[in-house]
Design a protein. Sequence first.
Lengths: 89, 590
Amino acid sequence: MRDSKHSPARAYWRANLRLLSMLLIVWFVVSYGCGILFVDTLNQVQLGGYPLGYFFAQQGAIYVFVGLIFFYAWRMNALDRRFGVSEED
Amino acid sequence: MDTQTWIYLAVGGSFVLYFVIAILSRAGSTDDFYVAGGGVGPVANGMATAADWMSAASFISMAGLIAFLGYNASPYLMGWTGGFVLLALLLAPYLRKFGSFTVPAFIGARYDSNVARSVAILCLIVASITYVIGQMKGVGVAFGRFLEVEFETGVLIGMAVVFVYSVLGGMKGITYTQIAQYVVLIFAFTVPAIFISIQLTGVALPQIGLGARLADGSGLYLLDKLNATITDLGFDRFTDPEHSTLNIALLTLSLMLGTAGLPHVIIRFFTVRRVADARKSVGWALVFIAILYTTAPAVGAMARLNLMQTVQSAPVGAANANLDYAARPDWFRTWENTGLLAFEDKNGDGRIQYYNDKNPAFADEAAGYGWAGNELTTVDRDIMVLANPEIANLPAWVIALVAAGGVAAALSTAAGLLLAISSAISHDLLKSMVMPQISEKGELLAGRLAMIGAILVAGYLGINPPGFAAEVVALAFGLAASSIFPALLLGIFYKRMNREGVISGMLAGLGTTIAYIFLFKGVFFIPGTNLFPDTATYWWFGLQPEAFGAIGAAINFAVAFGVCAVTRPPSAELQRLVESIRSPGQLKTD
């Protein structure tokens, strides 16, 4: 049972990987995308006194990073409970 | 009270606090010594991690770097924070589940190989020692400036303080001291920033102030004003990129991978009680780090604006717009004494002209004003944070606070690094490889002795820094990114990875990264042995040596997969070990 394609261990791991990839895409977009690759374009837009690209590189990306980690912790705790692998059990 | 008395009070008071904590949290077991008994709460651990992570470089140098590089300093901001996302999602929870004391212990057990363990120990020690030299230097400089003692005396005082609480308390003492040090350093960094933000924009939060309008009635945004002020003097715009996009992106990635792979940060997540706590704790660590890292851009930009407006008080070219050297402010004199700020009256008019004399487009205009070159010949980046409160005329107790904060930042990071070194020696080298029979008491003693040895080496190297002290930080991040990070990631996410693959990958990543750094910075950093000058024209594809860690990591992955594909997979037992670290608790069997 343990090695079958449908074992709970495998399903748990896949769900984890799916969540990971989604969050890493966001991680990439806010830092490398908005902060580096498209910084010149975004700098044409103002956010208050901030050029937007510069804002992402020195402020925005960092705020999103914090959010990503807490979101991951929250979703993983839910996943742990759903699969009955959380440590409280 | 004068400034000096305030400084003695602030620095002395913070030391008393650290000693009291040290006495209250003595380590009684190896568990206490290596991982603080494994019972630190996620928020407390996050705070300790933040102090562990933020060194003299974060506290003193980063805002200075931003002041002079503007947007181009962004890789440090994104790299040194974005790495925590990788740590939280890809490493920390699994390493906590595995439950070892050290990073080499995980690598040794996962790949069932003492060779892999030894390579990891080597990387860890080189990375940590190079890093700790900088901290010891930071302590010496801070004491030298603020307590007015010799540099060597400053380093010795720092060694003595670290000695008391880290040898006595191990990870337990270090953890609780780091929490106190975090409070001191964040207070010291943000209070002057808030004062200056209010002065310039009327907004208390520096993060908002940086994007706000100036309070001088001009109605201009602060960043627009800064851009205009410096471009009028021939400098590049503050908010625009200058280097190649590829270099900026790879430098950011190298710093991120390095951050996630630095052992002294990783071991902090062995101290929490549960896997769920490890996930959350990285988040808290980044919250506490982000408070400083989002304030630093404001400090940098505002300090630059203050400096420019002090030297150039009216439009460029206007009569008497340049600061009269005889009437220079007190902080100017203080820093001139240290040699970190220097003036040379090139055109003999007795006034200071600070402009970009390397910009050919501005040369004619400057010549038209009768300027004969930039006259602020030295403006050390590191003075921006330290001089900031003085430039802004803040009260004496704020200046004292900055002194205590700088010392706290350097000491907390030094202690974390020393623990990583001593545990690699006493646990990984001695207990796991040389003397497996050693008792717990013996190992605890060995840990303390290793810590003493590490402090002595760090102090010696701090006082007699090899000429390359600044360059080696690139090496620390390069090593962590190109060897440790891939080995850990593959160990968790690729069950099929075996010892042959990981060892050849680590050596390939390590070898190429070191080779690229030595190519431009000299073999073992000995001046004159570099094959190419360390300038953008010679860098391959415009990649600075500091940015090569990401390429080293890619080479590591490629070699590891290649070798792994043609060698035998790891035993069923090792594969079960990987499965077990992938979930926090036991899966229900059905």
